[in-house]
Write a protein that binds this ligand. Sequence first.
Ligand code: ZN
Length: 115
Amino acid sequence: MVKKQTTTKTECKDKHCFIHGSDKAKLRGRTFEGEVIRKLPGRVTIQFERMMKLAKYERYEKRRTKLHARLPDCMADSVAIGDRIQIAETRPISKTIHFMVSKIVKTAEVKGAKQ
Ligand SMILES: [Zn+2]
């Protein structure tokens, strides 16, 4: 097994972190759940599906939504691509980011242990 790097978990340099930040971004508004499809330092992209009704055909269509969210330092180690996470709305942190990772719902299953 590969040993994980030892990190000081108590330290969190993210000033926007909603727990430790000096310039805290309060969580408020809507929350969404989705799968992590991209992970970059300090931010993640999640994707989820929603159903949209097509009135003309009286049927539903799947639409995908992507959202960018801030990933605080203290959570950076515990979030990986494929995980299901919850994000909560906050004030705009940058042009594309106005959500913050608030909770990890389910970590990705380890596939293909054999082979
Ligand atoms: Zn933090």
